[in-house]
Design a binder for this molecule. Structure first.
Ligand code: DAH
Length: 360
């Protein structure tokens, strides 16, 4: 009978010399695969006499077992070697800063923050939030607000108009949030107590004006609200918004077509080295317009001015955001620069609340 030892020596050497798993697999296939050398030997058993098989069977199977075991052992060793190699080459610097999760990196835009602050303050006083479309009719933006056709106050609004329709009427980008007063009065019965934050548009651009800007309107309509209530609301608002205990306000006569009387409001401030502080000093800054809703406006909304009365105000959100958070230029508000936003933006999970603090 032929000697199996040279084959065994050769196979075991090949197993020992396999330096990676694919090489080891090639050795296994060459020995134990369908056409492998050991498989060929096993096939010869069938052709043998019972006698010869009794002798050769254990020898060939013994060879098969030893080679199988050697391959398994080598495979384990190679796996361990590969792991060692990976551990030696892969390094992890545990002193590196942990990357921040998205909720930590993202920032809330100052305008959104200020709208949330306003909403928290007025909600506490019982105001609901109303909204209207950015694209308005001339009727709601002007006529129903008592701007007569051809009235010079219309020209002061630097309106963006759309192309005229066949009937000659023109839609426009609303120049103020006041048309939502009309929409609100047409849609619901008094008592009305709403604030209306939103985008507004005028053809104007410099350090403190952008063609798109934001206003918040206030509207109160019932049977007995008067200027004293308006004054109190605005005073409470300014104290809460600027987070000061005291704020002096000055009400000056003014003109708006949709209010009578009309007033402009200044608040006390101190201007110091380019900074503006509120609740102290002897300087004044204009922050809003307001007044008693004009009887014509009430009539235009189907309300009887002998029965109903109320007041309204409008103020620039961007402007009070700049004042509160010390931002000198309005234009970067709308440039979508993440560096600016990460500097001036607010942490997303710090919701402004009156109890928890508005500006965190
Ligand atoms: N709509 C005015 C503007 O944009 C602001 C304003 C003034 C609104 C007085 C009012 C108000 O509701 O009563 O210039």
């Amino acid at each position: 009978m032929n000697d199996l030892r040279p084959l065994e020596t050769e196979l075991l050497a090949a197993v020992a010399n396999a330096t990676d798993e694919p090489a080891l697999e090639a050795v296994r296939v060459a020995a134990l695969g369908r056409n492998g050398s050991i498989s060929a030997l096993l096939k010869t058993l069938g052709t043998m006499s019972a006698e010869a098989r009794k002798e050769q069977g254990p020898r060939i199977n013994g060879l098969k077992d030893r080679v199988t075991a050697a391959i398994a052992a080598r495979r384990d060793a190679l796996k361990e070697l590969a792991l060692d190699q990976r551990l030696n080459t892969e390094t992890l610097d545990v002193t590196l800063p942990v990357p921040e999760p998205p909720a930590e990196v993202g920032r809330v835009h100052p305008i959104s923050q200020v709208v949330d602050e306003l909403t928290a303050i007025f909600a506490d006083m019982g105001f609901a939030v109303a909204e209207g479309p950015d694209i308005e009719t001339d009727d709601y933006n002007f006529t129903k607000l008592n701007f007569a056709e051809g009235h010079p106050a219309r020209d002061m609004h630097d309106t963006f108009y759309f192309n005229p329709k066949p009937d000659g009427s023109r839609l426009l980008l609303r120049t103020h949030t006041s048309p939502v007063q009309i929409r609100t009065m047409l849609a619901q019965k008094p008592p009305i107590r709403v604030i209306i934050p939103g985008r507004t548009y005028r053809s104007d651009s410099d350090q403190t004006h952008t063609p798109m800007f934001h206003q918040v309107e206030g509207l109160v309509i019932d049977k007995s609200s008067h200027l004293g209530h308006l004054k109190w609301i605005l005073q409470e608002f300014c104290k809460a918004f600027f987070e000061v205990d005291q704020v002096k306000m000055r009400f000056r006569p003014s003109f708006f077509p949709f209010t009578e009387p009309s007033l402009e409001v200044d608040i006390q401030c101190r201007r110091d080295k380019g900074e503006t502080r509120f609740g102290e000093g002897d300087d004044w800054m204009e922050i809003l317009g307001c007044g008693m809703v004009h009887p014509n406006v009430l009539r235009n909304c189907g309300l009887d001015p002998d029965e109903y009365q109320g007041f309204a105000w409008g103020l620039g959100i961007d402007r009070i955001a700049m004042l509160k958070y010390g931002m000198p230029d309005l234009r970067p508000f709308f440039e979508a620069d993440v560096r600016w936003l990460s500097h001036y933006g607010f942490r997303p999970l710090d919701f402004p609340t009156l109890a928890g603090g508005l500006s965190g």
